[in-house]
Design a protein around this ligand. Structure first.
Ligand SMILES: Cc1cc2nc3c(=O)[nH]c(=O)nc-3n(C[C@H](O)[C@H](O)[C@H](O)COP(=O)(O)OP(=O)(O)OC[C@H]3O[C@@H](n4cnc5c(N)ncnc54)[C@H](O)[C@@H]3O)c2cc1C
Length: 426
């Protein structure tokens, strides 16, 4: 288990801190919170990080199992478009800590990065563990203290922060606080969306949390469920309306998931919510024109449909899904049309617990350009808990690191100004 070198005495001292120079508190030790902590510590302020989990950055470590796609190498104006409606609000943070800065930061921690063929950026090790280990060592060296198993339970009198830990409850008065509590996907890794009520009660508007980069439910026949759950759909193109995404997907027992589905998930989710379901079109041979495919689907005498489909590069899983869309046409043209436009009805969104990320969160209208809650001066937010979403491709972590750094800078400024103000009053 990765940990800071535990320094309980130092931590307790800070938690009970009643001096004017209060520590800045960071709540949530994911990539956004840890980046905020590093930024604040570098400004010379004391930092205490609280996290509900037993160890920090568990979802970041899970992302490492998929190779850790840290960011994307495309030009910044293109990269910003990936954040859709939130792009303009995220722009200052991402411009201040852009992909090159993130790559330099990783390299300084001993993890050189490289650009993959898709333009995605990965550490050469393809792992999160060495990067996190080096980062925690650096934070420890900067004097940052981590209090694990310390769950934020709400705001107390005068804006104090209430935490619950195995040792009991504590109330902390902070110089400023950065919240980076993540969304609600993979709740067993710590981010469970439990913070939403506390923020709403504190007058901070939070848009409902929804799954993003998520799978969808399909009422598969028993045959597909029993024989093809877990089967990959390699190099397919998925269409919904005018949107088309090439990539891979996977058949699950309850529907479809995987990169190409995630790429369409924002619009699929909205269509499912508005209409109770929606239809996705699968092109199983995106590199072959429909006419050329039809020629390859002309059957020899006595040849079965399954055989001709297989010979035309349509594996059994494709044939099964083509059958789900209705009785298979007998003629080659009809088969080619079905293989290029296989309509699959999506009847629901997969649970948020299995999604890669979360849409919704602290509303942009509730925070100022420094990401400080307008109704809660001194409370800053960062990372996935803010209301933005983006496709996979490194855009999620990039925005988490950038907003973490931005909230850290703003919180450090706030704490310094507050102290100055206290001095002036004294
Ligand atoms: C399988 C998977 C693979 C992924 N791969 C990639 C990838 O390759 N590239 C990419 O860009 N993104 C990827 N992501 C997404 C990325 O991991 C997240 O966007 C990112 O971790 C969010 O960072 P965060 O700091 O905002 O929140 P989180 O990482 O969710 O951290 C939030 C922290 O807050 C703590 N917390 C929550 N509630 C409380 C509370 N009440 N009190 C105290 N602490 C609390 C949690 O314990 C947690 O440590 C992946 C996600 C998944 C699930």
């Amino acid at each position: 288990m990765l940990e800071f070198s535990a320094d309980a005495e130092k931590a307790d001292g800070m938690a009970a801190d009643s001096s004017r120079d209060k520590a800045v508190v960071v709540v949530g030790a994911g990539p956004a919170g840890l980046m905020a902590a590093e930024t604040i510590a570098r400004s010379g302020r004391r930092v205490v990080v609280h996290d509900a989990s037993a160890s920090p950055a568990r979802k970041f470590l899970l992302a490492g199992r998929g190779g850790l796609n840290l960011t994307h190498s495309e030009p910044l104006p293109t990269l910003l478009t990936r954040y859709g409606e939130a792009a303009e609000r995220l722009r200052p943070a991402i411009e201040a800590f852009p992909p090159e800065a993130l790559r330099r930061w990783a390299a300084e921690l001993g993890e050189e990065t490289f650009v993959g063929s898709s333009g995605r950026v990965f550490p050469k090790s393809f792992k999160a563990t060495p990067l996190l280990r080096a980062w925690l060592r650096r934070l420890d060296g900067l004097g940052v203290v981590l209090k694990s198993r310390s769950r934020f339970a709400g705001f107390g009198a005068g804006g104090a922060l209430r935490f619950v830990s195995p040792g009991g409850e504590e109330t902390v008065e902070a110089g400023a606080a950065v919240f980076a509590l993540g969304g609600a996907s993979w709740p067993r890794l710590g981010s469970d969306g439990g913070w939403v009520e506390a923020f709403r009660e504190a007058g901070v508007d939070v848009s409902p949390l929804k799954p993003a980069n998520c799978g969808f439910r399909v009422a598969w026949s028993e045959i597909v469920r029993a024989k093809f759950a877990g089967a990959p759909l390699k190099t397919v193109a998925l269409s919904h309306g005018e949107a088309r995404v090439r990539g891979e997907a996977m058949v699950t027992e309850t529907g479809l998931e995987g990169g190409a589905i995630y790429g369409l998930s924002a619009r699929l989710r909205e269509a499912v919510a508005a209409e109770g379901g929606t239809t996705l079109a699968i092109d199983f041979r995106p590199d072959v024109e429909e006419g050329a495919l039809a020629q390859r689907l002309v059957r020899k005498p006595g040849e079965s449909v399954s055989t001709v489909l297989r010979k035309a590069g349509l594996p059994p899983v494709a044939a099964a899904l083509m059958r789900e869309a209705g009785t298979l046409p007998a003629d080659a043209e009809g088969l080619a049309r079905r293989a290029k436009h296989c309509a699959i009805r999506l009847i629901g969104t997969a649970p948020i617990a299995r999604a890669i990320s979360t849409a919704g969160g602290v509303a942009w209208s509730a925070i100022d350009p420094d990401s400080m809650a307008i109704r809660r001066p001194g409370v800053f937010v960062a990372g996935e808990m803010i209301d933005w979403e983006a496709p996979t491709g490194g855009y999620l972590l990039q925005a988490c690191f950038s907003t973490g750094a931005a909230a850290g800078r703003a919180a450090a400024r706030f704490a310094a100004a507050d102290l100055h103000e206290t001095d002036r009053r004294d």
